[in-house]
Design a protein around this ligand. Structure first.
Ligand code: NI
Ligand code: MN
Length: 225
């Protein structure tokens, strides 16, 4: 299984015929190394919450690839109105898909969807625990530190994708505390450096994180898991 970082909170997770993207903020991201039309064969799109830097290019990607969008019920309603294939979930819910199992986790954040008619209710923000062939990936979405993260320890997470940029999410200090709760094997920092208010040094996170291995991915870089 391969995990590729596309900058901000965007990742591609790929195994054989399964190819999913998380929070595909590509064309709007000044640091993005890839354009949406360069991504082919996408089967699934995970959206953690309604903000523009997470919905990103989801509509174009879903349309071009006939990909299934997995998100909360309110965000899925919005995409369904665009004629896209969707699967709605809610926080705490787990569902067995053909590729593996997905559980939605809570996030402490907002979720309004920006539209041409103004903000639209995007339900509760969340994250995902995705299990494929016995490997578990946790994408936290945008969140502050929560005690709920202690519940993730028993999930035995292999790779945790955690925001470290501060201002809108956990900063490095709180992200390290999150790792101490979750105890994943590997942590990949995300949601930093995209905007001036979320500049953070992932090497500082790596130094302070004594709770798991840290894997800093450059934009465009892929890791095996
Ligand atoms: Ni957000
Ligand atoms: Mn964000």
């Amino acid at each position: 299984m391969k995990l590729q970082y596309l900058g901000h909170s965007a990742f591609i997770l790929e195994k054989e015929n399964f190819k999913a993207i998380f929070d595909p903020f590509l064309s709007g991201n000044p640091n993005s190394a890839i354009k949406p039309n360069e991504i082919k064969g996408l089967t699934h799109i995970f959206i953690t919450h309604g903000h523009g830097d997470h919905i990103g290019d989801a509509i174009e990607l879903a349309r071009e690839n006939q990909a299934l969008i997995i998100s909360n019920a309110e965000i899925v309603d919005y995409f369904s109105e665009h004629g896209l294939k969707t699967h709605g979930m809610s926080i705490g819910g787990r569902f067995k898909f053909d590729f593996g199992t997905v559980k939605m986790t809570p996030a402490l954040h907002g979720s309004a969807i920006p539209t041409s008619k103004g903000p639209r209710n995007g339900g509760n923000p969340g994250g995902f625990v995705v299990e494929i062939d016995g490997k578990k990936i946790y994408h936290a979405g945008d969140t502050g530190l929560t005690m709920d993260m202690q519940l993730l320890e028993e999930e035995s997470i292999d790779v945790a994708l955690l925001p470290i940029g501060g201002n809108y999410t956990m900063d490095i200090h709180d992200a390290v505390r999150a790792v101490s709760f979750i105890k994943p094997k590997v942590t990949v920092p995300m949601h930093y450096d995209t905007f001036p208010v979320i500049v953070a040094d992932p090497k500082e996170f790596e130094e302070k994180n004594i709770w798991s291995e840290t894997k800093i991915l450059n934009i465009g870089e892929t890791m095996e898991l």
